[in-house]
Design a protein around this ligand. Structure first.
Ligand code: EPZ
Length: 417
C-alpha cells in the first residue's frame, strides 16, 4: 500500500494553479446523461472518484474518454439503466446518478450507496424529493428500484436541511419533468451553481441556483454542451494551509476568491497576510500562527465542513486555543488521534474539538482514514520535525490531483513510496 514520506520544515513558496473541483465534476459527469449527444467537460481533475464516475458512464453505454484535463462524453445511445453494486460502492456520491438516469430513461436500479468514514450518509432527502416528482421507489434488500409511468412531474420540494447531493439529484430529475419544480431551502454551494450553468447550456430552464430557492421549468429534451469545471475550493484551502504551517509564501491561481471567503477570514484571524486578486490568492504566513476562537462548520456560504480537517492541522501549531464545532457530519474527527501522534494537543467531545497550539509537531507514522483527514495529515507532516509517513493514500487520491507533484513544486520534501 503506497504512502507519502515527508521531510518537514521546508517553507512552501511559489505559484500553483488549482485543479478543477471534484464536487463539481461528479454531478456534471452525471448530468451529461440527460442530453442525448456529446458533452465536453474541461478542467476535469485526475481523481479516482472521477475515474469511478467515468466507469459508471461507460457501463451505461456512454462513450467517455479523457484528453488531458478534458473529458468527452457521448450519451447518444444508452445500453443500461441500472448501476451495478460494485460500481455504486466505489464512490458513495454515485447516488447523484439516480436523478440523471431516471430523468433520461424513466427507470433505474441501483444499490444504496452506504455510509463512509465520516458518517452514515443517509439519502432520505433525496428519496423524499424524487418521490415528490412522481418517482416510484422500492427500497429493499439494499437496492433502490425506481420507475415512473411517462414523465416525472414538476412539484414543490422543501428540504429540512440544505443537502448538496439531494439538491443536485432533484435538479437532475426536474429539468425534463412536466411542469415547474421549486426547491426551497436548497443548497447554495458554488458546485450547485456550476451544475445549473451546465444544465442551462444544455437547454434547461433553471433560475435561482446559489440562492435558497431554485425554480426549474421542465423542458422536453436537452442536448450536450461544453463546460469548464469550477476550481476546487477545498484543494485551494488545503494548499493555503500548507503555506501557513511552513511560514511560506504561496500564490494560488485558478481560484474564485469569493468562494473562499469563509476560509480566507480564518487565515487572516490566524495572522496570515492574505492578498486577493481577480482569480488568485496570495498567502504570506507569519512566523507563528495565532489561534482562532471558534470555527463552526455550516452549509455554504458558512465555513465548509471539508475544510475543517486541514484547517485544524494548521491550528495545531498556533499560539493559543482554537475551538471547532462540526455541525455537518457526525463523525468527522477521525484525523484527531493521528494528529495527536504527531504531537498535537486536541480534545474532542461529540461535535466539539479544542485545539491547544503547540510550538512544534514531531514526525510519526500516521494513517489517513478519509479524504480530508488524510489531507490534514499531509499538512501537519509538512511542518513536523523529521520524517513523517502517511499511508492510506487511496483516500487522498479520491480528491487531490497531483498532490505530491504540486507540493514539490512549492518546495516541499515529499515522495510517494
Ligand atoms: C457533499 O456531500 C460533498 N460531496 C461533501 O464532500 C461535502 O462535505 C458535503 O456535500 C457538505 O458540503 C460531494 O459533493 C460529492 P449533504 P453530500 O447531502 O451531498 C445530511 C468531500 O470531502 N443528509 O449536504 O453527501 C448528511 O447526513 C465530501 O469532498 C441527510 O440527513 O452532503 C449530512 O449530515 C465529503 N439526508 C448533511 O446532511 C440526506 O438525504 C450534509 O450532507 C442527505 C444528507
Amino acid at each position: 500500500m503506497s504512502k507519502y514520506v515527508l521531510q518537514g520544515g521546508r517553507k512552501l513558496r511559489g505559484e500553483l494553479a488549482v485543479h478543477g473541483a471534484k464536487n463539481a465534476a461528479l454531478p456534471l459527469l452525471a448530468a451529461t446523461i440527460l442530453g442525448a449527444g456529446e458533452s465536453v467537460l474541461h478542467g476535469c481533475p485526475h481523481l479516482s472518484d472521477v475515474d469511478a464516475a467515468i466507469r459508471i458512464l461507460d457501463y451505461l453505454g456512454c462513450g467517455a474518454r479523457r484528453e488531458g484535463d478534458t473529458v468527452i462524453v457521448d450519451t447518444l445511445n444508452l445500453t443500461h439503466f441500472d448501476v451495478p453494486e460494485e460500481l455504486m460502492r466505489e464512490m458513495r456520491s454515485s447516488i447523484v446518478f439516480l436523478g440523471a438516469i431516471v430523468s433520461r430513461l424513466g427507470k433505474t436500479r441501483l444499490s444504496f450507496p452506504g455510509g463512509c468514514e465520516i458518517g452514515t450518509r443517509p439519502i432520505d432527502l433525496h428519496l423524499m424529493a424524487l418521490r415528490a416528482l412522481g418517482l416510484q421507489i422500492k427500497d429493499e434488500h439494499g437496492y433502490l428500484d425506481c420507475s415512473v409511468d411517462g414523465r416525472l412531474k414538476g412539484a414543490p420540494v422543501t428540504f429540512s436541511f440544505p443537502s448538496v447531493g439531494a439538491t443536485e439529484n432533484t435538479m437532475l430529475a426536474a429539468v425534463m419533468a412536466e411542469g415547474v419544480t421549486t426547491i426551497t431551502n436548497a443548497a447554495r454551494e458554488p458546485e450547485i451553481i456550476d451544475l445549473a450553468q451546465f444544465l442551462n447550456k444544455c437547454g434547461a430552464r433553471i433560475s435561482g441556483a446559489g440562492e435558497g430557492t431554485i425554480v426549474i421549468e421542465g423542458v422536453e429534451r436537452l442536448h450536450g454542451a461544453e463546460h469548464t469545471v469550477i476550481p476546487d475550493r477545498i484543494a485551494a484551502t488545503t494548499y493555503l494551509c500548507g503555506g501557513a504551517v511552513t511560514q511560506g509564501d504561496i500564490l494560488l491561481t485558478n481560484v474564485v476568491p469569493a468562494q473562499l471567503a469563509s476560509v480566507l477570514t480564518v487565515f487572516e484571524q490566524a495572522g496570515c497576510d492574505v492578498r486577493v486578486r481577480e482569480n488568485a490568492v496570495r498567502l504570506l504566513a507569519p512566523k507563528r500562527l495565532r489561534a482562532v476562537d471558534a470555527i463552526r462548520t455550516m452549509p455554504y456560504p458558512g465555513f465548509p465542513t471539508d475544510a475543517q480537517a486541514p484547517i485544524m492541522a494548521m491550528l495545531t501549531l498556533a499560539e493559543g486555543s482554537s475551538m471547532f464545532v462540526e455541525n455537518i457530519f457526525e463523525s468527522r474527527y477521525k484525523h484527531v488521534p493521528e494528529l495527536i501522534r504527531l504531537g498535537a494537543n486536541i480534545k474532542t467531545e461529540g461535535r466539539v474539538a479544542i485545539v491547544e497550539g503547540v510550538p512544534k509537531l514531531t514526525s510519526a507514522k500516521v494513517s489517513a482514514t478519509d479524504l480530508r483527514g488524510g489531507a490534514a495529515l499531509v499538512v501537519a507532516g509538512l511542518a513536523a520535525e523529521g520524517e513523517t509517513q502517511v499511508d492510506g493514500l487511496r483516500h487522498i487520491d479520491r480528491g487531490y490531483d497531483g498532490l505530491e507533484e504540486n507540493l514539490i513544486k512549492l518546495g516541499a520534501a515529499i515522495r510517494r513510496k
